[in-house]
Design a protein around this ligand. Structure first.
Ligand code: ADP
Length: 814
């Protein structure tokens, strides 16, 4: 079967073929058949009144109930009158111009006289020519397109209704078309939201209307809906609108629904949006007020708590108030009691008390003590002081009391002399006193209270003390003694003028201590510092003699300083003070004496040696001749000579020591053996048989054997000399810390503490009755001490007048 389209083309081509009658007839028949079967609606309207000359099957179908052939078109379809169809046909007929109608409404009644139905057609009106150039009819080819048009109309209707839906919706609606989101439809809700007019936005791409929208999240959502075909929306989104007044923040709730084309692609978006700014702001306001409320509530709670605390405090304060009320009541009671007691107390007080009332100072009360001091009886009570104690005239007290009464100001008197007592027997007193004005509620002085203590004794003692100090000062000055004092806490030093003079300064010039020290000869300076350190640390007597070179006059002087450290109540050294005596004269005398002794000793030594030789010779001879008396006498003379020799040797030793000429003959020897030898030799003497040896071990030392022997002899002799006859002497030697210590202990008279340090001084002898009966020159210990010093050893004593003495010397073992 041929396709209708092709058939139609064939027909049309046939129509355009050159015309021949027979052929035309044949062709027309064929054509008639063809046209009958054609799917198009075909008719030929002939003549100027357009009568149906031919209708095909399809045409007849269109209006099945009507007779068409031979009838004029306008009769058949009266319903088309006024539709313009007629005029079109006429124009084609007249002009020959083919007319193409598209979707033309052709209301037709399928049956005659029935109600016309709307029908749409696409059609071609073509002029039919009989002879060339002559038109005798109009051929009509039409296709009914009512369904399509109806569908299209329906579509248009739905768009319209969508639009109207959009326009009339109670919430913002908007249709965007295409990829660039052209605003197709928008209702006023949206334009109000946008702050734009409809004309400003319709038909324009969204981003052209709102170039700033790209900054906001909406384009991204739109694209997403386009890409996914899935709707998207949010309940609350911030949206900024630029208005003439500036940028405004709004909150919107929106939803984007995709619109699909017939192929299922997203071609647009229906956007619904609602301005919820008011709601959100309302909510935010609500939230804010809620949080404010919350903090208010919190504050309220706090205030409440504070109130509770205040309440608690109030309760506590109340309690306190009650307690203090009670206390007050008690105090008042106590006061009442104490007033009574006060009177008693005043009477019994150890201080003198009196109350003088009014400007006349009337004695209102006076305790026993003050009456006693005044030398008066209670009869003076209620009398003006002036009359009661007439002796006060000429003394300062009445005037002072009057001033206190007038001025209302307290007066304190200190150590004021007063003449008081019974008439004719006035005594001198010294008083500390207070005059206290007593005032009434209006602060007016009504009386003066006198409280006095007798300080007569203290004042007199002080005066006495001052007198003593003055005397001491005077004596010190008279004795030409210098004084010095150092405050060990502040280091402040006070030096008398005389002390300065001993260092060659003038008495009035300011001399710092170190300047004084600089005047001491360097070799003695360290000794002085050592002695000072010693008394700072251990106390005791500071006693040192040193030579100085005068600062101004360069004169050599010898000074002996004596002092001690005074400690405070806590035992901390606080003061170091003492005196200084110039000993230049004594020192020079001593040197002269030494010089003399030295010369005499030397001069005596030679004749003594020859004398000893002669005596021994004579002794020898008299023994031979049998003159026993002579021999014994000469023996005694010899022993006296020995003593004398040893004495003179002693003096010589001293002078040797002083001139530094003493020579040590160092050798290694056994000290234990030396002790034994010396002790044995000594014990042969009549008075020395009572020496006892405690363990004496052999110990090798390097020293001058003779000189160490001399020390042992000296110490043993002293032990015997200063002890009762036949009392025990103990000698021992022990090893202690790299030294050997030899101890010689006696049970003798002992040495007082204050003498112990000085017995090693040259020519020093203890001054006591016992000691004075024992002969000696006070040089033995001095020599021993010096010998020990030269051996880098030491010599010291431990002694008491009860138990006797122990002399110890120690030598290094090296
Ligand atoms: P001297 O014995 O010749 O007086 P020393 O220098 O030997 O001289 O002694 C000095 C002083 O020390 C003595 O005068 C004496 O007062 C005292 N003395 C020395 N040894 C003893 C002792 N063992 N016991 C008591 N006093 C002593």
């Amino acid at each position: 079967m041929e396709h209708p389209k092709e058939k139609r083309a064939e027909i049309l081509s046939d129509l355009q073929q050159p015309v021949s009658i027979e052929k035309t007839i044949i062709q027309l028949e064929r054509l008639g058949k063809l046209l009958d079967q054609a799917p198009a609606i075909i008719c030929i309207l002939a003549g100027p009144d357009f009568r149906y000359e031919f209708v095909n099957e399809a045409y007849q179908q269109l209006v099945p109930g009507r007779n068409l052939i031979g009838r004029p078109f306008a009769d058949v379809f009266p319903e088309i009158k006024g539709t313009g169809i007629e005029s079109i046909i006429h124009r084609v007929y007249q002009t020959g111009k083919t007319y193409y109608g598209k979707e033309v409404l052709f209301p037709v009644s399928r049956l005659e006289n029935e109600r016309a139905e709307d029908a749409w057609f696409n059609f071609i009106y073509q002029a039919r020519y009989t002879i060339p150039g002559k038109i005798d009819g109009v051929s009509v080819f039409a296709f009914e397109v009512t369904d399509e048009v109806a569908a299209k109309l329906q579509a248009e209707e739905s768009v319209r209704s969508l639009k109207s839906l959009v326009m009339t919706a109670h919430y913002g609606l908007l249709i965007l078309r295409g990829r660039n989101w052209i605003v197709e439809t928008v209702n006023t809700r949206i334009t109000e939201l946008w702050a734009k007019d409809q004309e400003e936005v319709l038909g324009k791409p969204l981003l052209e209307i709102f170039p700033d929208l790209e900054e906001q999240p909406f384009p991204a959502y739109l694209r997403q809906v386009y890409d996914t075909g899935i709707g998207y929306g949010q309940d609350e989104e911030v949206y900024y609108v630029e208005t003439p007044a500036g940028r405004v923040t709004k909150y919107i709730s929106f939803y984007y629904d995709p619109i699909f084309d017939k192929d299922g692609n997203v071609s647009g978006i229906i956007a619904s949006a609602e301005d919820i700014s008011e709601k959100v702001e309302g909510r935010l306001l609500l939230e804010k007020s809620y949080s404010e409320q919350k903090s208010l509530v919190a504050e309220l709670i706090m205030i409440n708590e504070e109130l509770e605390r205040v309440n608690e405090r109030l309760v506590a304060t109340n309690q306190l108030a009650q307690e203090s009320q009670l206390r007050l009541e008690k105090t008042i009671t106590d006061l009442a009691i104490s007033e009574v007691r006060f009177k008693q107390m005043v009477d019994q007080a150890p201080v003198a008390i009196s109350i003088l009332k009014g400007p006349d100072l009337i004695i209102d009360s006076a305790n026993e003590l003050i009456l006693k001091r005044w030398g008066k009886g209670p009869g003076i009570l209620n009398m003006p002081l002036r009359l009661a104690l007439p002796e006060l005239k000429g003394q300062p007290f009445l005037k002072l009391l009057e001033t206190v009464y007038r001025s209302g100001k307290l007066y304190i008197g200190h150590e004021v002399k007063a003449m008081l007592g019974a008439p004719g027997a006035l005594q001198e007193y010294y008083l500390d006193f207070v005059y206290k004005p007593l005032k009434d509620k209006q602060n007016r002085t009504t009386a003066v209270m006198v409280v006095a203590t007798d300080v007569t004794l203290q004042v007199k003692a002080k005066k006495e003390g001052q007198k003593t100090i003055d005397m001491l000062k005077f004596s010190i000055e008279a004795a030409n003694i210098g004084t010095w004092a150092q405050d060990l806490k502040t280091n402040a030093v006070t030096i008398s003028g005389r002390h300065k003079e001993m260092f060659g300064f003038t008495p009035d010039e300011h001399v710092p201590t170190e300047n004084l020290m600089n005047q001491i000869l360097p070799e003695f300076r360290i000794e002085v510092y050592k002695a000072m350190e010693h008394v700072y640390q251990y106390g005791g007597l500071y006693d040192i003699t040193y030579p100085t070179v005068g600062f101004h006059d360069k004169k050599m002087r010898w000074t002996r300083a004596l002092g001690s450290v005074i400690k405070d109540e806590d035992g901390v050294p606080s003061f170091f003070s003492g005196v200084s005596i110039e000993t230049t004269q004594q020192m020079e005398d001593e040197m002269r004496k030494n010089h003399f002794i030295n010369i005499v000793s030397h001069e005596l030594k030679t004749p003594l040696t020859s004398l000893k030789g002669y005596i021994q010779l004579l002794q020898h001879k008299s023994e031979k001749s049998g003159d026993l008396f002579m021999a014994s006498t000469l023996g005694k003379a010899d022993s006296r000579l020995d003593k004398m020799t040893s004495l003179i040797n002693g003096f010589l030793n001293v002078s040797q020591l002083e001139s530094g000429k003493i020579q040590l003959n160092i050798q290694e020897f056994d000290l234990g053996l030396l002790i034994t030898e010396v002790a044995e030799e000594i014990s042969l003497q009549a008075s020395m048989e009572n020496i006892r040896f405690s363990p004496v071990q052999p110990v090798m030392i390097k020293a001058d054997r003779d000189k160490i022997g001399q020390v042992i002899i000296n110490l043993l002799n002293n032990a015997s000399k200063y002890s009762p006859l036949a009392s025990l002497i103990d000698i021992s030697s022990t090893l202690e810390n790299e030294t050997v210590v030899v101890r010689i202990t006696d049970c003798g008279i002992g040495i007082r503490q204050e003498d112990q340090r000085r017995i090693f001084d040259r020519y020093y002898r203890v001054d006591s009755t016992e000691n004075n009966q024992i002969s000696g020159f006070g040089i033995g210990l001095y020599i021993c001490y010096e010998i020990m010093q030269r051996h880098n050893g030491s010599l010291y004593v431990e002694s008491s007048t009860v138990n006797g003495s122990t002399f110890c010397f120690s030598l290094p073992l090296d």
